[in-house]
Design a protein around this ligand. Structure first.
Ligand code: RIB
Ligand code: CA
Length: 329
């Protein structure tokens, strides 16, 4: 019997009422805003942050997650290193979007916090085995390599998860890393295929919805004028992050992708979508990582995903702002 993961103190009575989540992430400025949105919520208990290679290397995504925990005063949240490359393919990163550190736009300190000694997929497995069934939601903000690895190691954890809520994919909006594919799915399409065919309840926040949450000046100025360092640092991160998409799409602001996962979890009523079949292309070079969404139900393929394509953008930004400003520092 494996040693219990005694990483967390016994939950207080109030914690018992909180929604338990694990956040799998490749920070990334928008991941950083998602982490802050989760950390600033009084309704979530973040059991751990598992890091994956994606926007930048695993060394950097892990370091960035540690920095965000220290920046926001959440040093107690354990951070785990996961997979440094996709299941079978070479790693593709996105420094052209996120900069060489993955958190370009500002320089964050890292004083004392260290990654835990457990590997990310082992933490996911052990935490699910140790908790009651269907009580933990996995929030995936990057390539799905860690989650697929956990499922390959221990398939029965699929039945223990309450839900996977992930940022990834796109259909009506096309792709962002290729004309056909969104980055998170593109990096590790085999991992995405494993997750989408796992039978686990999945909600997908694709580009079709994240391209409707465009950062605006008012939101940025409210962050910038805060007395909280987390908020002012978030503004600097977003100033850098959105420059790429503003130039590419000619829009007034850049899409804020990953916080949609957390806001959906807290406020699903501001979103709309449909339960449909979603498959991933893994064979073709031209359409590698494309999410093929049977939106008009023209096949009899299993309806495996709650596919979200609408959001109340003002409500979204109000939730992000409220939670970031609720951080203790
Ligand atoms: O395509 C957008 C996604 O890719 C976001 O999660 C962003 O952080 C990058 O990982
Ligand atoms: Ca991400």
């Amino acid at each position: 019997m494996k040693k219990k993961l005694d990483l967390r103190k016994e939950p207080s009575s109030s914690e018992v009422l909180l929604k338990k989540i694990i956040i799998d992430t490749d920070p990334g400025q928008d991941d950083a805003l998602a982490l802050m949105t989760a950390f600033g919520s009084e309704k979530l208990q973040v059991l751990g942050v598992t890091c994956v290679a994606g926007n930048v290397s695993l060394d950097l995504t892990s370091e960035n997650a540690l920095k965000i925990c220290e920046l926001t005063g959440k040093e107690e949240i354990p951070v785990f290193r996961g997979c440094e490359k996709p299941l079978t393919r070479k790693l593709v990163t996105a420094e052209h979007v996120h900069g060489k550190t993955g958190l370009d736009g500002t320089e964050l300190d890292l004083k004392n916090k260290k990654v835990e000694k457990y590997e990310a997929s082992d933490f996911i497995i052990e935490t699910l085995l140790e908790n009651d069934r269907k009580k933990i939601t996995l929030c995936a903000l990057g390539p799905l390599t860690n989650i697929a690895t956990a499922l390959l190691k221990k398939p029965e954890i699929g039945d223990l998860l309450e839900e996977i809520v992930l940022m990834g994919g796109g259909f009506f909006e096309g792709g962002n890393i290729t004309p056909a594919a969104e980055f998170n799915i593109y990096v590790d399409p085999e991992a995405a295929k494993i997750v989408l065919s796992s039978g686990i309840k999945i909600t997908m926040l694709p580009l079709d919805v994240t391209h409707k949450t465009l950062v605006d000046r008012q939101f940025l100025s409210k962050l910038r004028s805060s007395d909280k360092n987390s908020a002012t640092q978030a503004a600097k991160l977003l100033d850098f992050f959105e420059r790429y998409d503003v130039k590419k799409y000619g829009s007034k602001g850049g899409p804020l992708h990953d916080p949609n996962v957390i806001v959906y979890l807290l406020n699903p009523e501001i979103y709309k979508g449909k339960i449909v079949n979603v498959e991933v292309e893994t064979e073709s070079d031209l359409t590698r990582g494309m999410t093929v969404v049977d939106w008009w139900e023209v096949t009899d393929r299993p309806k495996n995903v709650n596919y979200i394509n609408e959001v109340n953008s003002d409500a979204f930004f109000n939730h992000v702002l409220k939670n970031v400003l609720n951080l203790t520092k």
